[in-house]
Structure formats: C-alpha cells, structure tokens
Design a protein around this ligand. Structure first.
Ligand SMILES: C[S@@+](CC[C@H](N)C(=O)[O-])C[C@H]1O[C@@H](n2cnc3c(N)ncnc32)[C@H](O)[C@@H]1O
Length: 222
C-alpha cells in the first residue's frame, strides 16, 4: 500500500474552485495552445463499442466530449474535485446532446468510490490528462487508477514533461507561470510509473513528446 508523500491541503477542492471559478470560462479556448498531446491520447484510447472509459480530473469535459465523438460506442465517465469545473462540464456535455452517454461525478482522484459513483468496480480505459501535475497526492491517484483498471485494460497519461529538449530559459519561464495555477510538473513521473507497473503487473510505455514539452505514458494490463 502506497503512503501519501505530500499532504493533501485541507481544502484542495476549494483551492481548485478558486483557481477555476473564472478560468473555466476561457479554459478550452486558452488551454488548446499549451495542453499538448490530449487529442493524441484520445485517439490512442482505441475504445470500441461498449468499452468503458473513465477520465480522472475531467475539468470542463473537453476530453470526454472529444472522446464521445471519436469513439461513438464507448461508455464515458468522468470526475473532478472542483464543483466549478463540473458545472461547466455538465453544461457542455448537455449542450452537445451527450448527457445520456457521459456520466459525471464529483470525487477526489486519491480516493474515489467507483461502485458507489457509477455502480461498477473497474473500467477498460482510464485516462489522466494534465491532472497529475495538480494533485498533491498524485502517486496515490495512480494507485487508485491501477486498482480501478479492468483486465485487458489500459491507463493513459499525458502531462507536462521536464522540457528536456528545449532551452533552459523556456523551462524556467513555463514552470514559473505554471506555479501561478498550482501546477507542478512531476519530474519523477517515469520512475513512479515504473514502480506502479511492477506492483500492479502492468506494462509501461513511456514517450516524451515535443522535445519533452509533454510526457505521455500508457500502462496496459493483461
Ligand atoms: C489542468 S486541469 C485538466 C482538465 C482536463 N483533464 C484536460 O485535460 O483539459 C486539472 C483538473 O484536475 C482537477 N483536479 C485537481 N486535483 C484533483 C483531485 N484530487 N481529484 C480530482 N480532480 C482533481 C482540477 O480541478 C482540474 O479540473
């Protein structure tokens, strides 16, 4: 059992609401320029008919809506800790006529009760898109995702990399800016995923994207 390494702030949900209360209105338009690799992740889900998909930290629902279009037979679920973000997600999903296909809930990625929330213990595809970098107990969130994965399923991750192929000034500027939004790119993502793969008998593929701007990972379960 993994222990929490970073204390969860007493009101992490409130902190996320404070960040996104106004940002959520410009989120989709502004983030498309710098949350790179999300559409690639959605394409790689390979979620055919009746495959169950769960997004951890679904934000405005942008990815779930794109996944619903890309994978018309899939059953989609998502949750977020921020009520403000969920309100936007619910409105967007309804506007797109997808309310019957996308089930949304409020929950914490480090401890979510899937049977209670969705009436099922496991999912065929679980994805975390630019979410680990905002979760204080992100290693626990990965453990929760691994526990919620069905046999034959896969976990898909995209998040900020360490900018290893880009100039140092770029990394300093980007990371300083991200700190304003409580975003901490996880420099030890790869070893943590390697450890997760060993403990849960998963196979890891780890791919830096755009010269290390983003990191992408897929964990598969036999
Ligand atoms: C940068 S946004 C990414 C949203 C979406 N996944 C995307 O790719 O556009 C990060 C999201 O993670 C959510 N989040 C942060 N900590 C969380 C936690 N402990 N449990 C669930 N969601 C969390 C935030 O509220 C926010 O909506």
């Amino acid at each position: 059992m993994l222990e929490r390494t970073a204390p969860m702030p007493a009101d992490h949900a409130g902190q996320m609401d404070a960040i996104y209360r106004y940002q959520r209105h410009i989120y989709n338009a502004s983030r498309k320029y710098y949350l790179l690799g999300r559409d690639r992740l959605i394409r790689d889900l390979d979620a055919g008919p009746d495959i169950s998909v769960l997004e951890v930290g679904c934000g405005t629902g942008r990815n779930l809506i794109a996944a619903a279009r890309r994978w018309p037979g899939a059953r989609l679920h998502g949750f977020d800790i921020s009520r403000a973000m969920l309100n936007t997600a619910q409105a967007s999903v309804a506007r797109q006529g997808l309310a019957q296909r996308v089930a949304l809930a409020k929950a914490d990625a480090t401890d979510f009760e899937r049977q209670h929330l969705w009436g099922q213990q496991s999912f065929d595809r679980i994805f975390l898109s630019y979410t680990l970098s905002m979760i204080p107990g992100w290693e626990l969130a990965l453990d929760e995702a691994a526990r919620a994965l069905s046999p034959g399923g896969s976990i898909h991750i995209v998040d900020f990399g360490q900018q290893e192929g880009l100039p140092a000034f770029w990394r300093d500027l980007l990371f300083a800016w991200l700190r304003r939004f409580d975003v901490s790119p996880r420099g030890d993502l790869r070893p943590v995923l390697e450890d997760l793969a060993v403990r849960h008998c998963l196979t890891l593929t780890f791919t830096p994207l755009y010269r290390g701007y983003a990191w992408s990972a897929v964990l598969t379960k036999d």
